[in-house]
Design a protein around this ligand. Sequence first.
Ligand code: FE
Length: 347
Amino acid sequence: MNRFTINSFTKNIISIAVSCAVLAPSLAQADGEVNVYSARKEALIKPLLDKFEAQSGVTVNLITGKADALLQRLKIEGKASPADMFITVDAGRLQRAKEAGVLQAIQSERLNNAIPENLRDADNLWFGLSQRARTIFFAKDKVKPSQLSTYEALAEPQWKGKICLRSSNNIYNQSLVASMIDNIGNEATLDWATKLVKNAAKPPSGGDTDQIKAVAAGVCEVTLANTYYFGRIMNSDKASDKKLIEKVALFWPNQQDRGVHMNVSGAGITKHARHKENAIKLLEFMTSPESQAWYASVNSEFPVLKQAETSPSLESWGSFKADSIALNKLGENNRAAVELMDKAGWK
Ligand code: FE
């Protein structure tokens, strides 16, 4: 039995069996409510949901969990699912939800106007809500920015023993590889990944923050990580983080060609949503200028809404060219990416 926290307006906490055949009739089914399954950590979504509740009067019931577990749960629950919305943090996973048939198409002019076309599903089944760049981080005392250029160039022999990598089972790297398959083809990507892995300072391990810390600690000189992890360290009050940030800088690769690999956190409305109208309202709220500015200030993510305010940390990174690949492709190429990384010896 797993426990999920359900944060309703009344702050109820109830426990639910994950083996869900008898799922939660106690979850909201009346009007004026919306039920959210979120793979996004509570601290990074609940404040926004609270604001929506206050503004709209619609009660939001939040269940958080791991993306694949929530997706599995949606599949098993089928028509009986209380969920109205599924939130997760990678285009690859949003596409998995689409392919699993647990989402429905939403026609909303507001969403279409707010979210650039490449950051939402071509069939309107999911919508990107915040962007993150997966970019290069380097040790300031060992690497000059002039030595860096592209993701591809990290496979060159000069980086032998100098790169830290997260493991291949992490979806962020899978999505980066998926984007490269689309951009430079299978063969060139396999060749790149094989050489990249050979340049590693140590076997892949740890999360994105661990990679940045390893660069600061001198374990390696360069790595790949999502920008908001760096933003969190930048905005931390800890003395150790302040030291760390003095040692590491970010670099925007591929500025002469396709641009930096981008990903999104996003959401879709479930196929059997009982509170579809409220779920659409919530999705639209998440793309409002206020919500979009919140993503930037609270988690150093790039708004999907062009007019939205950003934050001092985002501004400090400067402007850059982002890869405009349709993010559907990250999911469509996911299986090929996983197979390719396996062939390349990327553990
Ligand atoms: Fe993350």
